[in-house]
Design a protein around this ligand. Structure first.
Ligand SMILES: [Zn+2]
Length: 224
């Protein structure tokens, strides 16, 4: 029995898995990424090679998180808890190899002004010139990505988006017993509002998003 079958059985003891299973450790992923694919006969789960060295109990939690998404049947298990806690702490072990002078300056300004210098610097990179995804924080690679549109805006706007993503690194996520994850909690939003001129900046960001004539702008724009 491989880890997929074991994960399934412990997650849904009353059910049987009607697929063949294939577990592949692949070198093509970012560290600690994973995905699942379903063909008519086979359920394939691919994990980044990094997972090979991680405890099978945590791997089972990861596989169960993927299975829940696949079968749209929310549940919470001890292994999923282990996995979530692992992800919340993984940034400590991730090598910091990417940076950029402008992003680093922004990171440092925010860290000093709002976060008591307590946030350890993650990987930092510019993303596409997107107005849909202004920024994101990836737990698995401990990486903040900022849309390249902020190369040409005021430092204030860049800092505001940087602050949002840094708050993701600070707060991580809240996982409930029913298996939902919350990233923008009330505490998160309250802290975000503490940014100087936050209301004015929100308006400016909305304007920037409108200017590009994208029909559907998420309000208040789509931070990851
Ligand atoms: Zn966010």
């Amino acid at each position: 029995m491989n880890l997929i079958n074991q994960a399934f059985q412990e997650l849904y003891p009353e059910k049987t898995l009607d697929y063949n299973t294939k577990l592949i450790y692949s070198g093509q992923f970012k560290p600690y990424n994973a995905n699942a694919q379903l063909s008519p006969t086979t359920l394939t789960i691919k994990l980044s090679k990094k997972w090979l060295k991680i405890s099978p109990d945590i791997q089972i939690g990861l596989i169960q998180s993927l299975l829940i998404k696949f079968f749209k049947n929310r549940k919470q298990t001890f292994n999923i808890d282990l996995y979530n806690n692992f992800i919340k702490n993984i940034h400590i072990a991730i090598p910091k190899t990417r940076s950029d002078p402008a992003l680093e300056e922004s990171f440092k300004r925010i860290n000093e002004k709002y976060l008591y210098g307590l946030i350890e610097q993650p990987n930092l990179k510019w993303g596409h010139s997107s107005v849909r995804k202004l920024g994101s924080y990836d737990y698995q690679s401990d990486e903040i990505t900022i849309s390249s549109i902020f190369k040409d805006t005021s430092a204030e706007l860049l800092d505001y988006v940087m602050y949002h993503e840094m708050l993701h690194k600070k707060h991580k996520f809240h996982h409930t017993k029913t298996g939902r994850s919350y990233h923008h909690t009330a505490k998160f939003k309250k802290e975000e509002k503490a940014f100087e001129n936050s209301q004015k900046i929100e308006k400016e960001l909305t304007k920037i998003c409108r200017k590009t004539r994208i029909k559907r702008v998420f309000f208040p724009y789509s931070f990851k």
